[in-house]
Ligand binder design. Structure first.
Ligand SMILES: [Zn+2]
Length: 455
């Protein structure tokens, strides 16, 4: 029986229920990210108060510290961190690559090439199965092979081999409710030949992951765990459609959509941003590209699968992706923004729908810390502002504290600031996606979208 049931639809937008070993998840859903066994600055009770139904745990970080065997010995991740609701774990691949390869390419998952001058990209043309792809100026950061990815720990420089089997072993040791297969994260700077080789290898890794999972899940600490496949790829319609069709044929419980949604210097669809550092920069993760990518993928996936957009997103992304059939989201934005003094506001709470130069999508996150759905609490105009962060928000912070107080705590670098700001930002995003779910149940999604995005 399928673990996912669609309860209501408005065009492609769906409201559903995903059944896991630690309870039901009502979708669309936003999953706060608990990188190191904690959603930064929040207790499990804070998360419950915010309405969080499920959190994401990072396999890479927990494997390196404190170690998945230790967590298993302590009764699994749920017990270790005092969180009894569902947990989704990633495969660890994203960090293994993003803390290596993407940096080597001078890009991040969300953002633009940051240092074109020092970027030392080696075009990969070898057919060998055992290849070294990325070199920094003097040291090898990430080594790819058919077996897996060898990476260097960002903590102590130790070397590790992450294979599909190892990733599944770690996720089963953690007791995850939704495990993700290991894939290779593609950077938008990879050339077409490398993309093709990588996607074929990712297929083999996904099958090896599924094989290990099926042989071992029943004897693991969470026999009811689900397995999600991954759709990889780049900003290319044919590739994305083919990858979705391949995933659709596999025996997965759901799917996460990953990889670059942007353009690359090798792809004809690139959009020029003009000169940066003497080299033409590319708008490789324009919102349009993310949404187009979803348009290519989702119709080729089974209706009965829950669909997760990895690492997305921001306010605009939720509406645009739900409209295209996405059910689950995760992003570090609420917690990271909170720490940086960037607090979410609704259109009624002071957000400006008319300021199109300040867009509010994942792709602007790193380059544009402020957008129409955030305010910068450090600004002098808040020094004596008696209003809550967002007058329409029902979170603990907004019910009890003023912008003036939050600004004071932020400027004074007080620890309480981090907790109060994170409570608000996580509550805001969790409840925005919850309101999207309710709007679909009431056939009012288009209306809600218009009230936020103005169209
Ligand atoms: Zn609030």
């Amino acid at each position: 029986m399928s673990s996912f049931i669609v309860k209501a639809k408005e065009k492609k937008a769906r409201a559903g229920v995903l059944k896991t070993a630690h309870g039901e998840i009502h979708t669309p859903v936003f999953m706060p990210v608990g990188t190191q066994g904690t959603v930064k600055a929040l207790s499990p009770d804070d998360l419950k108060q915010a309405g969080a139904q499920i959190i994401l745990g990072n396999t890479y970080h927990l494997y390196l510290r404190p170690g998945s065997k230790l967590i298993k010995k302590m009764g699994g991740l749920h017990k270790f961190m005092g969180w009894e609701a569902p947990i989704l774990t990633d495969s660890g691949g994203f960090q293994a690559f993003s803390l290596g390869a993407m940096i080597e390419h001078g890009v991040r998952k969300i953002g633009r090439p940051v240092d074109q001058k020092s970027r030392k990209l080696q075009k990969q043309t070898k057919q060998d199965s055992d290849i070294q792809i990325f070199r920094s100026s003097d040291s090898l950061v990430t080594k790819m092979s058919e077996e897996g990815v060898t990476f260097v720990s960002h903590l102590d420089g130790s070397k590790h081999l992450l294979t599909p089997e190892k990733s599944m072993e770690v996720q089963l040791d953690l007791g995850s409710d939704i495990c993700l297969v290991l894939d290779e994260l593609l950077s938008p700077m990879h050339d077409p030949l490398y993309v093709q080789q990588s996607l074929e290898r990712t297929h083999r890794w996904e099958l090896r992951s599924a094989d290990y999972f099926k042989k071992n899940v029943k004897k693991s600490s969470n026999p009811g765990a689900l397995l999600f496949g991954i759709v990889q790829g780049v900003y290319d319609q044919k590739i994305r459609e083919e990858e979705a069709k391949w995933a659709a044929q596999q025996d997965f419980d759901g799917v996460s959509i990953g990889g670059s949604c942007g353009t690359s210097e090798y792809w004809p669809t690139q959009r020029s941003l003009g000169e940066v550092g003497g080299k033409e920069a590319v708008d490789w993760a324009a919102p349009k590209a993310i949404f187009e990518t979803m348009d290519w993928i989702v119709p080729n996936l089974p209706e009965a699968w829950a669909k997760h957009a990895l690492g997305i997103g921001e306010v605009r992304d939720f509406f645009e992706c739900v409209e295209r059939g996405i059910d689950m989201f995760d992003c570090v934005a609420p917690t990271r923004r909170a720490r940086n003094g960037s607090l979410y506001i609704s259109p009624k709470g002071g957000g400006s729908l008319n300021n199109e130069s300040l867009r509010a999508s994942s792709s602007e996150y790193f380059s544009t810390p402020q957008n129409k759905f955030t305010l910068a609490i450090a600004q002098a105009r808040f020094v004596d502002d008696p209003a809550p962060i967002d007058p329409n928000c029902s979170c603990y912070t907004c019910q009890n504290f003023t912008r003036a107080y939050l600004r004071h705590l932020f400027v004074a670098n007080e620890l309480l600031y981090y907790r109060l700001a994170t409570i608000h930002n996580v509550y805001f995003m969790v409840n925005l996606v919850k309101s999207i779910r309710e709007s679909i149940l009431n056939q009012e999604f288009s209306k809600l979208k218009k009230s936020w995005l103005g169209r």
